[in-house]
Design a protein around this ligand. Structure first.
Ligand code: ZN
Length: 500
């Protein structure tokens, strides 16, 4: 390797570390805002976040970094996998940020921060017309953004790629078409076959401190390391990275809801991924999950595939009963497992069961694609939304608040984000299939609570690599094939709780 290029790589590492530290500090400001900050701190915090965002943006767009990347790329043929990945990931960041004029980025940020409270009011008052003018501007700017970022086939592709490297409408079209054909009938079938009553509807309130302790216990069981993380409370559960050995989760605890168990496993899955990234990737943008879709595959694997399975609860249900003797003494294991696997088509995505969830995403994918392609006006959204819910889920939407206004994503300007949820669900089932081939006795592994065996395999195959390989390459390495929805469909069809 030429001396000059070696020098470039070293300087690139230095810059990568600096940017990572600034992003960690940003995460700390945001974690504090969600978990600790008094409400009076909001204005000052907003200003601090804006200043820091500006500094980070300038550092990523720095022309000196652009030149450094060119020099480093010259020698990348002979560089280590880590150095090649660093060049690739930083080049992506640099390009994405320099392609959008600074004025546009600032205007987009102003627009979405204006839109957010209007969306909140529109949803509360069930008044889509209130949000419509802002939504129209956001869509227009998203189309402009796609133009700046560049695309080959469809403007939507430019936005999809922001969240999932390499994702395109060309890849998603057949994937969603297949899901629609299979899931819609499966949903009707399972919804009519499974338990109608909510067996846990009248659960006595569960004391908060017991919920916190049970959630901590489950996190420890799946291998979450409290020396390198902590669990706190926030309005919406999330996982964040404040450093290589500081990966935090939050949860919420409501007296009459089991949600804390599944959001705990969900965030635990995200955090396990990041806690097990190889130390040599620390202080770089490779020290995080590779994409939103792959990240979500890890949360969904622990939350749904493992966390809603009977063998898992054969091990842990006695523990739950020990923690909450009043609530569960008269509920048998089978009833509990059936209750946490109820299938019921509904209006709300975040409350959806495993069978209907991806149909909620499908509706959003089809609408976003048309909005970005310019073949659909925002004013037509409520009517179309309700039609699609009727056709895909067999659900009558009773209001825009429970329909087109339910998600925060569009007010944020995050067009292209929704499909990563489905990528996560599909990849989780596909990765689980690969795990089962490795461990044919997986049922006993779960029954014995030998979750370490699963975590070790996931670390070996996925976690340790962080952002080293693009998402599609990683999946290819783990499963020997590209993303394929058949594993997810087979998983649903074979799940005992769904075929009574
Ligand atoms: Zn998640």
């Amino acid at each position: 390797m030429k001396k000059k290029s070696l020098h470039a790589i070293n300087r690139l590492h230095h810059r990568a570390a600096e940017l990572t530290h600034l992003n960690n500090i940003m995460a700390l400001l945001q974690w504090d805002q969600e978990v600790m900050m008094p409400s009076g701190g909001a204005e000052g915090r907003g200003a601090q976040v804006a200043t820091l965002s500006c500094i980070i943006h300038q550092k990523i767009c720095d022309p000196v970094l652009g030149n450094l990347l060119l020099e480093a790329a010259e020698s990348s043929g002979k560089a280590s996998a880590r150095d090649r990945a660093l060049v690739r990931v930083m080049q992506r960041e640099h390009d994405r940020n320099t392609r959008m004029p600074e004025k546009f980025v600032a205007a987009f940020a102003r627009l979405t921060s204006r839109a957010l409270p209007v969306w909140v009011r529109a949803r509360k008052e069930n008044d889509f017309g209130l949000f419509l003018p802002l939504l129209e501007q956001i869509i227009a700017m998203c189309r402009e953004k796609a133009g700046f970022l560049g695309y080959t086939d469809h403007p939507y592709d430019a936005l999809l790629d922001l969240y999932e490297e390499g994702l395109t409408t060309r890849l998603l079209d057949p994937l969603f078409a297949g899901l629609r054909d299979e899931l819609a009938p499966l949903l009707q079938q399972t919804a009519s076959a499974v338990e109608k009553r909510d067996l846990l509807a009248d659960l006595a309130p569960m004391p908060r401190h017991d919920q916190v302790r049970f959630s901590e216990t489950l996190l420890k069981e799946i291998g979450y390391d409290f020396n390198n993380g902590r669990q706190d409370v926030s309005a919406h559960p999330f996982t964040t990275s404040l450093g290589h050995r500081d990966r935090r989760v939050t949860n919420r605890f409501r007296p009459d809801s089991l949600e804390f168990i599944f959001s705990g496993l969900h965030e635990g899955g995200h955090a396990l991924y990041e806690q097990n990234i190889a130390a040599e990737l620390a202080d770089s943008p490779l020290d995080e999950g590779v994409s939103l879709g792959i990240h979500e595959s890890q949360s969904r694997l622990w939350e749904n595939i493992i966390g809603r399975s009977r063998p898992f609860w054969q091990r842990y249900y006695p523990l739950l009963q020990e923690f909450f003797p009043v609530q569960f003494k008269d509920v048998g294991l089978d009833d509990f497992v059936r209750a946490i696997n109820r299938v019921e088509p509904g209006m709300i995505r975040v409350e959806a069961d495993e069978v209907s969830y991806n149909l909620h995403v499908l509706v959003r994918f089809e609408l976003e694609k048309e909005l970005l392609g310019g073949t659909l006006e925002a004013a037509e959204l409520p009517g179309l939304w309700n039609d699609k819910y009727k056709n895909c889920l067999g659900v009558r939407v009773d209001s825009d608040a429970n329909g087109v206004l339910q998600d925060i994503h569009w007010a944020h300007g995050s067009f292209g984000y929704f499909p990563t949820y489905t990528i996560g669900n599909l990849a989780a089932a596909q990765i689980w299939q690969a795990y089962r081939a490795f461990d044919p006795a997986w049922t006993e592994t779960l029954q014995q609570g030998n979750l370490e065996k699963i975590r070790r395999w996931l670390t070996e195959k996925i976690y340790r690599f962080g952002g080293l390989y693009p998402p599609a390459d990683l999946l290819q390495r783990v499963c020997g094939e590209e993303l394929d929805s058949s594993h997810f469909l087979a998983y649903l069809k074979n799940k005992p709780e769904f075929c009574l």
